[in-house]
Design a protein around this ligand. Structure first.
Ligand code: IDP
Length: 149
């Protein structure tokens, strides 16, 4: 039998991954997807688009009112983003571990942000990728970016 379809729900966990405008502009979509696929995750949906403020406002609702909120929305709508639904066992925690900590300046080597982040003139918001931080966030974000999936 096909293990993929027979796997219990928790083993087929889905997460929303975004390659942010800095990652797309720097030509790093392939590098990010290579790491995701090399880890053994499966791509369920993939789309390149410049998100509007409505999607971004909902996506980053928890940060509304923080000093970096407006610059973050501005940055995220500045160009195309690669939106990807990734599936795999404990993929939410697993992708965040692949991504590294929020600030690329100090993110660990071996992580996407640690290996590929640049530290001159870098803003924290330019940290290449987003990954959902909980099953609740993943469900909400996947519904937002890929309605009907
Ligand atoms: P995460 O993306 O590592 O989960 P969050 O704390 O959820 O980090 O923040 C969401 C995004 O907001 C970050 O990825 C980053 O782009 C931006 N951000 C977070 N903290 C700061 C900050 O202190 N200054 C500027 N941007 C920030």
């Amino acid at each position: 039998a096909d293990q993929q379809t027979d796997a219990p729900e928790k083993e087929r966990e889905r997460t929303l991954v975004l390659v942010k405008p800095d990652g797309v502009a720097r030509g790093l979509v392939g590098e990010v997807l290579r790491r995701v696929e090399a880890k053994g995750y499966r791509l369920v949906a993939l789309d390149l688009r410049t998100p509007d403020r409505e999607v971004l406002g909902a996506h980053y609702a928890e940060h509304e009112g923080k000093p970096f909120y407006e610059p973050l929305l501005e940055f995220m709508s500045s160009g195309p983003v690669a939106a990807v639904v990734v599936e795999g066992e404990r993929s939410i925690e697993g992708f965040r571990s692949l991504a590294g900590t929020t600030d690329p300046t100090t993110a660990a080597p071996g992580t996407i942000r640690g290996d590929l982040g640049r530290d001159w003139g870098l803003k924290v918001q330019q940290n290449l990728v987003h990954g959902s931080d909980s099953p609740e966030s993943a469900a909400r974000e996947i519904g937002l970016w890929f309605p009907g999936l």
